[in-house]
Structure formats: C-alpha cells, structure tokens
Design a protein around this ligand. Structure first.
Ligand code: BGC
Length: 351
C-alpha cells in the first residue's frame, strides 16, 4: 500500500537543516501513536482510558531533543543494539573494529547509530508507517551495505507492531530494536517504581561490571530477576544483589523460553493508577529489561519542558543477546548476503 494520507506535522529542523516530520497513527478507539522520521522514534502513545487520555511514553517536543540525546528515548537502534565487547568481532575469518562509545565497548550501533539518522518515509498510509534507511559498507565499522525497512502498524485491537526487515550485499551483523521508555501512569508522572512488571522467562544473562554478559544463563529463581509473577519495580531495583548493583537497577537481558523464531508473549507491565496494561511480544530470543537507571543525568528537557527523572520510564528491548557475536553459546545476529533479517515486536495496550 503506497500513499501519504496520514496526519503529519513539522517537527523542527536538524542541525544540518533537514526537516523532521512527526506522523500520527490513530485507530478507531482513539489510541494515537506519534512517530518521528528522525531516529524512527516513537514520540508519544496516547491511550484513551475511561478516566482520560494518558501519554505512556517518554519523548521530546521536537527533533532537537532526539538529535542531542544519548539515552535513545523512543528510538530505533542499530546496526546492532546493546554492547559488543571491546568493539571487535570476527566474521568469515576477518576482524572488524567498531566505534567504542561505552567505555571500551560498542553500544547501540556506535557514534552515529540508526537513532541519529533521518529515515526516509516510504509510505504513511492509514495506520501504517514505512521507514527506510541505507547504512553504507563500513559505517561505524560494520561490513556490507545494509538496507533496512521498519514498518509501524497500529491495529484496531490496540496493538502497535514494529516489523524489521533488512538485507545486505555482504555478510554482516544485524540486531535491531526499539528503545521506547514506558511509563503507564503518564510520561510526566515521575518515578515508575509502583508499576508492576512481569517477564515470562526463567533465566537471564548476568554480566561483568561493564554490562557484558558472562556467557552463562542464570536461573532467575531466588534473585530479584524473578519476574515470572508481577513485581513492583521498587521492590527489586535497589536490592543489594550483585547484578542489580552492576546495573544500578534492572539492565539485563532475559533469555526467552523455547526460541523458535515465532512471536511469543515476553512481558507485561501494569500501572494501578491509570489502569493501563502493556503486553510485549517478540519473535527474538532475548529481551533487555532496562529500568531507566541512567535517566536524570542530562539537563535536556522532554515533553512538558521537564528534564527526565531517573527511573521515570522503563524499556523492553527485544534482541539477540548482547555481545552474542563474541559468545559461542549465544544465537548469532549474523545476516548473510542474499538472505533477509526479519523480526517483529508488538506492544499491546489494555485499559
Ligand atoms: C542499555 C543500558 C544503557 C541504555 C542507554 C540500554 O539498552 O542496556 O545499559 O545505559 O540503553 O540509554
């Protein structure tokens, strides 16, 4: 379906003078999602509850925030999300060196990741927005010219689907995600500690002090990472557990059970005040649960002209495991020339 009949508005200009645009996807229930072509970022998701409208994601008022931020609020992340240890990997016997932007490691695609790109809008039709990006050979150090398409699709059942497709002309790595911070009581409601989170996983990948997985899958049983039953975030994120201390809260990859490439229910979050529930589905093997521990370090203002408070939003990042390319036992995010990367994440809202 081609066409451009979606509501769109000017979202300011980048430093280079490129025009950014904000697109609105609205369904028959009045659930409204706004997406910016810069970083492909989800800028707002307004849920029409019986008590009123609640914007459940953190975001900025215009493109300048997305350009200046280093917290990936709302953005699409790539070519490889999360960390690659030492910024190095080998593929087909050749060693590649990536830009290291997180201590001695590569994080979320490097210096200018996909979150810092103005995506081309292929179609903006009804409740579907198609974004496209071309990442040239050796950009940030990755081999292969990579063509990426991301489709946001809002259903009348209040599901926002994000589907990722990519092809490359040479073997490369590809591990794309979306870095939306949710706060189901509202973007400006403050620390999200009272909200309950449930993750349908029996194990997670503990990390070293630089957040690189140790290679082991550890059972969540008898740890603060056991979210198989819903838990309030404030009951877990300050415990004296070594892994919680390393992450300054939750910042860990969960190993989702029975990975077979099919869409599965991975997580749920719920806020008592608004009554909004979020369900997360993915067909990938991992889910990074990040409780916004590093928010609040920047004076940059978001919506409502307010700086972001620490832990005022949390992310569910579907992914191949962090540093998977260097860890023999993890499924590898290798995209071979001639084949296609396909992934899907769905955020479903109930209210
Ligand atoms: C990572 C965190 C990192 C954050 C950056 C998350 O996906 O897991 O370690 O600080 O992104 O905003």
């Amino acid at each position: 379906m081609k066409g451009n009949n979606m509501k769109k508005e000017c979202f300011g200009k980048t430093i280079k003078g490129e025009k950014a645009t904000l697109y609105t996807l609205e369904n028959k229930n009045g659930l409204c999602v706004k997406i910016c072509d810069f970083g492909g970022a989800i800028q707002s998701i307004v849920v029409p509850t019986a008590k009123g409208l609640v914007d459940v994601v953190l975001g900025y008022e215009d493109v300048s925030g997305y350009e200046a931020q280093d917290t990936y609020i709302g953005s699409l992340v790539g070519r490889v999300c999360n960390r690659i240890a030492g910024g190095t990997f080998s593929l087909n016997g050749k060693e590649y060196k990536l830009f290291c932007n997180d201590k001695s490691n590569h994080l979320h695609g490097g210096k200018v990741g996909f979150d810092k790109k103005l995506w081309r809008v292929d179609f903006a039709q009804g409740q579907r927005l198609g974004l496209f990006l071309n990442s040239p050979h050796l950009e940030e150090g990755y081999p292969g010219n990579l063509s990426v398409q991301v489709i946001y699709d809002l259903s009348d059942a209040d599901e926002l689907s994000i589907s990722y497709h990519a092809v490359s002309d040479a073997d490369t790595l590809c591990n794309l995600t979306n870095h939306t911070y949710f706060n189901l009581d509202g973007a400006l409601s403050g620390v999200a500690g009272e909200q309950r989170v449930q993750i349908f996983a029996d194990s997670f990948t503990p990390t070293d002090k630089e957040a690189i997985p140790l290679g082991e899958l550890r059972s969540v049983a008898n740890t603060p990472f056991d979210l198989r039953q819903p838990q309030k975030l404030l009951d877990g994120w300050d415990l004296p557990d070594e892994q919680i201390q390393i992450g300054r809260g939750y910042d860990h990859n969960y190993a989702l059970p029975e990975y077979d490439g099919k869409l599965k229910h991975a997580a749920r979050a719920w806020a008592a005040k608004s009554g909004i529930q979020l369900d997360v589905y993915t067909n990938l093997p991992g889910l990074q649960f990040y409780s916004g521990n590093y928010l609040g370090q920047s004076a940059l203002c978001g919506k409502g002209n307010k700086p972001f408070k620490r832990r005022s939003g949390y992310c569910f990042e579907s992914q191949y495991f962090p540093n998977a390319i260097n860890e023999p036992s993890f499924a590898k995010p290798i995209l071979r020339a001639g084949s296609a990367y396909e992934a899907q994440t769905v955020y479903k809202f109930s209210y």
